[in-house]
Design a protein around this ligand. Structure first.
Ligand code: PMP
Length: 319
């Protein structure tokens, strides 16, 4: 991974080497931190860098901070502005990953959430593909279970809960798979280690509802909208049984890092024909066009980093 150039840290943009926390920091010891994962896409033809749906990401981020009783003056708009300032200071002309993190900053011993200092940092760095095999991934069903809402809320993107994701991911990779699906305590499909899941059954797109201990993914939300609006597909949010996955016609994973990853085998069973299906393939092309700012009707999701023509500036960015 490339080391970030700068960081937004303690209220200002500083060289990354100066963005350091102490060993006793509460968020580091107890996982009392929440984070986000946002991507910016470089469009070579337009010489423009587009941040994908930053307002939606920061809305979720601020909701996560509330779950850990954090208090910030920030709004999604102010955090987006800080991100743009940071990216302009960095001056990158390539695809990026942006990591905002809010954490309990006191250097003390004592497990609690209240009456602690809250801090926030943001860094950005060039992005490398997350799931190497994103056209025909082989996944397994994890023997771990997803953290439950009454254990650590998965919708919170809480750092401590990612020990669960790390257990899931490492066991899958070390067993030779690309990724894993994880079940809820009740035995339904929840999501991947850090991505949401969709299956195609009888022409409809099916994905677990937000009450199945999933992170409420921005890519998931985008895919649901695109499938309905651009492809006229029926999208159903309902619990998915494990055996439905084995019988699915298509299966894919969605996430900021993973984008839309086609899964063609689950536990050595071929999904559909055992190659990427037409719905997955079409959605991947659409998503690529949209994230790179090539589709005008979705420009509301693209926040440009660098100055652009007055015509483009007049468009409204709401995503
Ligand atoms: N689930 C989990 C557990 C994740 O960490 C992520 C990545 N943020 C996702 C799903 C996908 O969410 P998004 O599309 O917002 O990146």
């Amino acid at each position: 991974m490339v080391v970030p150039k700068n960081a937004y840290f303690m209220g200002e943009i500083v060289p990354y080497s100066e963005a350091r926390i102490g060993v006793l920091t509460h968020g580091f010891n107890y996982g009392t931190a929440v984070f986000g994962g946002i991507r910016a896409y470089w469009n070579e033809d337009q010489e423009q860098l587009y941040v994908f749906r930053p307002l939606d990401h920061y809305r979720r981020f601020l909701n996560s901070t509330r779950l850990l009783l954090m208090e910030f003056e920030h709004t999604p708009e102010s955090l987006t502005q800080i991100t743009l300032d940071l990216l302009r200071a960095d001056g990158y002309r390539c695809d990026l990953y942006i990591r905002p993190i809010a954490y309990k900053a006191d250097e003390i011993i004592g497990v609690k959430l209240h009456d602690l200092l809250d801090e926030l940092a943001i860094v950005a760095f060039p992005y490398e593909p997350y799931v190497k095999n994103d056209e025909n991934a082989h996944v397994t069903i994890s023997s771990w279970r997803r953290v439950d809402d009454n254990v650590i809320p998965a919708r919170g993107k809480i750092s401590g809960a990612y020990a669960n994701s790390a257990l899931i991911k490492s066991d899958a990779l070390r067993a030779g798979f690309d990724e894993a699906l994880v079940l809820t305590q009740e035995g339904h499909i929840s999501e991947g280690s850090a991505m949401n899941v969709f299956i195609v059954r009888e022409g409809a797109l099916v994905t677990p509802p937000i009450t199945e201990n999933i992170l409420e993914g921005i890519t998931r939300k985008s895919v649901i909208e695109l499938a309905r609006a651009e492809m006229g597909l029926t999208v159903v949010e309902r619990p998915i049984d494990r055996s439905e996955v084995y019988l699915a016609d298509e299966l894919f994973l969605t996430g900021t890092a993973a984008q839309i990853t086609a899964v063609t085998r689950v536990d050595y069973r071929p999904i559909g024909a055992g190659t990427m299906g037409p719905i997955t393939s079409r959605l991947r092309r659409l998503y690529d066009d949209i994230t790179r700012g090539r589709l005008d009707r979705y420009r509301r999701w693209n926040k440009p980093v660098y100055a652009e023509s007055s015509e483009a500036v007049e468009k409204e960015y709401t995503g």
